[in-house]
Design a protein around this ligand. Structure first.
Ligand SMILES: [Zn+2]
Length: 427
């Protein structure tokens, strides 16, 4: 049974990703900006598959084999592992440096171990959270708030080093960072991220910089120095901004209390959670966006010659096959096209159209999940919905039904303890 789920997830992931990449394959002779535009939706869909395919299979099993519902967690785990393994052909095709299965597997295991390490206490906190507000609610909330702060203040780095994702920088990178750091009067530590993707980040709350191996391999020294100036620009953010980053990183925290809040305040409580989470998200996004523009200006002021920073940005986006113009304007970083213009260089091509948000392959999955949820809720005879709008203290145990746990746990674990990384300033 579980082997079948694993194989079904693997084949679904492989097939859907293969279809999603067709437009990108057909753009082989186009300019890199067009290739990146075609790749973006396939990339987003491949990432969504990691959650959508297990959700489809878990709900499908619940409907087709209701007698084995108790094992839904094992089903989800097998489907998730199958989906991850089915993503290997996609990653290998898009990032040729990941051609070795051993290298790919090592990176995937290390990065998921890191994410699970910072998620697991929150998932546990959510599960053991009592149905009603009590002293235990406060202790769980305070404990996780301290843990979250610890992640932001250095635990994330320690774990990344433990899982060998981060290591000491090569001599050249160390020298470049030391020179820029001295010139800008801001001491910092630097780490090398073992990744085939070009990536650089600053952790303003700890004063650390991270550069990926790829960025060191691909960029000339002057461009690495310009990128370094951008990241050190983040380290010089005002104290209140750093506090704001920490507050914004709590955007998913309110959902920890969804069980007692729904029991005590029903739909009004749920709406309050959603609004507070949305407000924190908007706040953190706007703050991060302002800080990216500030760091870009700092990099321009500290580059060795006019245009170096703009070329570094362009090379980074080209290496990672990232679109020059993203869909929508709600990303942390401004569009590459605008960043280059702001850095004093007009790109040698017209402003490209933004890509689609997702590939078409995501829509069938969403439709199937929608139908499955509809059937599951109708089988529950509306009990869960009635409870949501008319809480009844005498029947609080019904909230613990598998349906409720399945749906709410899934949405909570979408809290990407990227919370912890939201204090990072990814380029
Ligand atoms: Zn940045």
């Amino acid at each position: 049974m579980l082997t079948g789920i694993f194989c079904a997830a693997l084949l679904l992931a492989w097939g859907l990703n293969w279809f999603a990449l067709i437009p990108w394959r057909r753009s082989l002779d186009d300019h890199w900006t067009e290739r990146a535009r075609r790749l973006y939706p396939a990339h987003v869909s491949a990432r969504l598959n990691i959650w959508l395919i297990p959700a489809t299979l878990v709900l499908g099993q619940k409907l087709i084999l209701p007698e084995v519902q108790a094992a839904w967690f094992l089903t989800a785990l097998c489907a998730w592992m199958g989906t991850l393994l089915g993503s290997f052909p996609f990653d290998r095709e898009v990032i040729p440096e990941l051609a070795s299965f051993r290298v790919w597997l090592g990176l995937v295991i290390a990065s998921w171990l890191l994410q699970f390490s910072v998620w697991i206490l929150f998932v546990a906190g959510f599960i053991v959270m009592p149905e009603r507000f009590s002293g235990q609610t406060m202790w769980i909330g305070c404990g996780l708030l301290i843990f979250h702060t610890w992640i932001n203040l250095g635990l994330f780095l320690r774990l990344a080093r433990l899982f060998r994702l981060l290591g000491p920088p090569p001599a050249l990178l160390k020298l470049i960072v030391a020179q820029v750091s001295q010139r800008m009067g801001k001491p910092c530590r630097v780490w090398l991220l073992d990744s085939p993707v070009s990536y650089a980040a600053a952790l303003p709350l700890t004063g650390d910089l991270i550069f990926s191996r790829r960025i060191v391999e691909v960029h000339p020294e002057a461009e690495i120095a310009a990128i370094c100036a951008h990241e050190i620009g983040h380290l010089t953010e005002p104290r209140m901004t750093r506090v704001g980053r920490w507050v914004g990183s709590l955007k998913f925290f309110p959902w920890l209390f969804v069980k007692p809040v729904v029991n005590e305040f029903a739909f009004g409580g749920l709406a309050t959670l959603a609004v507070s989470s949305a407000l924190l998200t908007v706040f953190s996004l706007r703050l991060a966006r302002r800080m990216e523009e500030r760091a870009d200006a700092v990099a321009c002021d500290n580059q060795a010659a006019e245009g170096i920073y703009a070329r570094a940005l362009e090379r980074l986006y080209e290496t990672n096959q990232l679109p020059t113009v993203m869909p929508g304007n709600r990303k942390v970083h401004p569009h590459l096209f605008d960043r280059m213009v702001a850095a004093g260089v007009t790109p040698a091509y017209d402003r490209p159209k933004p890509p689609e948000h997702v590939a078409w392959t995501t829509f069938p999955l969403c439709v199937v999940i929608g139908i499955e949820i509809g059937i599951v809720l109708s089988h529950a005879e509306g009990t869960e919905l009635k409870r949501l709008f008319h809480p009844d203290p005498s029947s609080s145990t019904s909230v613990q039904s598998p349906d409720w746990k399945l749906l709410s746990t899934h949405s909570f674990t979408n809290n990407p303890y990227t919370n912890s990384t939201s204090s990072e300033s990814q380029r």
